[in-house]
Design a protein around this ligand. Structure first.
Ligand code: HXC
Length: 517
């Protein structure tokens, strides 16, 4: 080996070591003291052991415009690819120890490179975000860099799954890339997301608020719905990302991988015959049905703390991933409100984009009435769910378990919006509205003029219930394909999914629909 080549090798080693050292031991320790892992430790936990291949280790920025800035090999983000359960994944992990993980031109170019490759190859892209946002020293170049990432997020939407983990601060433009991605994971107490931080809030609105109360994981899990999954620490967060990937196809041309959990397809559950209480006003937990029917009782709930009156998540039936959308009668009687409609609408669209069959478990008394909901846009938000189910071309199945009233019946994957196969339990009640509301409208005069109005109301309600609060009228019309025994639900769903396997749906040519956002 000649001396010059040997020197080149040494330079390469030095530059690589510089890149690996990132912001230095002291800053990595500071990261650990905050309960956060380093950017490289995160990648190691996310991917199958020893599979990570890094790109752009040596790439540096041009330095800031303010003054001659020090540049860093890698420019504060680690990018590359590896595998999860043997399937190819692209990843970027922002390094807070290098200029606060802030996003400059080179940093963004590295991210864009792996995003472009992910789309070309058809593999998911996972972003581990820990960044002070646009790198202030780079001015408009940093803003332009964000724009390039947003553009790619949108181009990749519906093509490959995009997952964001928020594992540190995320301010300003840094929240919008994750917001466009399909799923956002947040780590409790070490991550936050906001458009403007507490100090700007104080200046503009004179309000005192902590970062945690303004944009912590709890707030985004419960109030805003920005976070789909909230985990107590980095380790559990990355483990859950791996779990989510196991349910998803790598791109929109593929089906999700089959996973045989050795749960017999013909397993029945006689306890389900007793799930629905005799009294229609009494509640029960829809999770009992969900966990009973799914393979191995495994369910990955999305948005578990947000709009809990509807349950969305992934499970498997006969080894195949399905997207479940289920009303939860144990919360607000399972009513559809603005948040529930938004939550389920976005979930349905994700499943449709990625070839995941949809199953609706229906027990819905209607849309939430009242000025708060009307003024909050229940018409607009409810229309999202209606639109999402209606446009979905993946195999669609519904099981009406109990109530299915009015517009909410139609919206929840009814036959009338072209659901493929609709089942009902014998306990199903399918009508324009519940017995009390209906009796009060159609027998108002008779009830008002009666000597004992309550007695007449009760009699009319009982009559209405006998006539409408059952699945038989809908079954006679063919709106329900079969009234099934609850105990057989799992088996019937698996058979129906098999039969719908070859479903093909054609849509008229258009640029895109105009979902009511
Ligand atoms: C340059 C930054 C930076 C940034 C942090 N640093 N944010 N450098 N640009 N945006 C640097 C700090 O100077 C510091 O450098 C190191 O990173 C660590 O930051 P600390 O402040 O010491 O850490 P901490 O106390 O944990 O606070 C983290 C923080 C805070 C909350 C993120 O740094 C912060 O508020 N940063 C600014 C956030 C922000 O407003 N970003 C711009 C958003 S606007 P040294 O050398 O001391 O280690 C935006 C517009 C995009 O993103 C629009 C696109 C459409």
């Amino acid at each position: 080996m000649d001396a010059q080549y040997s020197a080149t090798l040494e330079t390469l080693e030095t530059l690589r070591a510089e890149s690996l050292a990132a912001g230095g031991k002291r800053k990595i320790n500071a990261q650990h003291e905050k309960g956060k892992l380093s950017a490289r430790e995160r990648i190691d936990l996310l991917l199958d052991e020893g599979t990570f291949e890094e790109f752009d280790v040596l790439k540096t920025g041009r330095g800031g415009a303010l003054e001659a800035e020090k540049t860093y090999a890698g420019d504060g983000v680690i990018t590359g690819h590896g595998s999860i359960d043997g399937r190819e994944i692209f990843v970027f992990s922002q390094d807070f120890t290098v200029i606060g993980g802030s996003l400059g031109e080179a940093h963004a170019q590295k991210i864009c490179k792996v995003m472009d490759l992910a789309v070309k190859v058809g593999a998911p892209i996972i972003g581990l975000n820990d960044s002070g946002g646009a790198r202030i020293q780079e001015g408009v170049d940093a803003l332009a860099a964000y724009g390039e990432i947003f553009h790619r997020n949108v181009e990749a939407s519906g093509v490959v799954p995009q997952i964001s983990c928020i594992m540190g601060p995320c301010a300003g433009g840094a929240v919008y890339s994750p917001a466009i991605t399909d799923f956002v994971f947040m780590v409790q107490e070490s991550s936050y997301m906001f458009v403007t931080g507490p100090s700007v809030v104080k200046t503009v609105t004179h309000q005192d608020i902590t970062a945690e109360d303004l944009g912590g994981a709890g707030v985004h899990a419960r109030e805003s719905g920005v976070s789909h999954f909230t985990l107590p620490n980095d380790v559990l967060c990355l483990r859950e990302v791996r779990r989510l990937i196991s349910y998803l196809p790598s791109n929109n041309r593929q089906r999700a991988p089959l996973l045989d959990l050795r749960d017999p397809a013909d397993r029945t559950d006689p306890a389900l015959d007793y799930l629905i209480p005799g009294n229609p006003n009494q509640t029960y937990d829809m999770n009992v049905l969900i966990f009973s029917i799914l393979d191995g009782a495994e369910f990955m709930e999305v948005h578990s703390d947000f709009a809990r009156n509807i349950i969305c998540g992934f499970g498997r039936l006969g080894g195949q991933t399905v997207g479940l959308v289920a009303n939860q009668p144990a919360v607000l009687a399972g009513v559809l409100d603005t948040d529930a409609s938004f939550k389920a609408g976005r979930f349905v669209r994700f499943c449709d984009a990625f070839n995941i069959p949809l199953i609706a478990l229906v027990d819905v008394p209607g849309f939430m009435p009242g000025p708060d909901q009307e003024h909050g846009g229940i018409i607009r938000h409810g229309a999202k769910l209606l639109y999402a189910f209606t446009e979905a071309t993946v195999p669609r199945i519904s099981v009406i378990v109990r109530k299915a009233y009015g517009g909410a019946y139609l919206v929840m994957n009814s036959k009338h919006i072209h659901c493929d196969v609709n089942y009902a339990w014998p306990s199903a009640e399918i009508a324009v509205m519940g017995p009390k509301g209906a009796a009060e409208v159609i027998y108002r005069r008779e009830i008002q003029s009666a000597q004992d109005p309550d007695a007449v109301l009760n009699e009319k309600m009982a009559h209405y219930r006998r006539t409408f609060a059952n699945p038989f009228l809908a079954a006679q019309r063919g709106y329900i394909d079969d009234v099934i025994f609850p105990r057989d639900t799992r088996h019937r769903l698996i058979r129906t999914l098999q039969v719908l396997e070859g479903k093909e749906a054609r849509r008229p040519k258009r640029k895109h629909g105009n979902i009511p956002l």
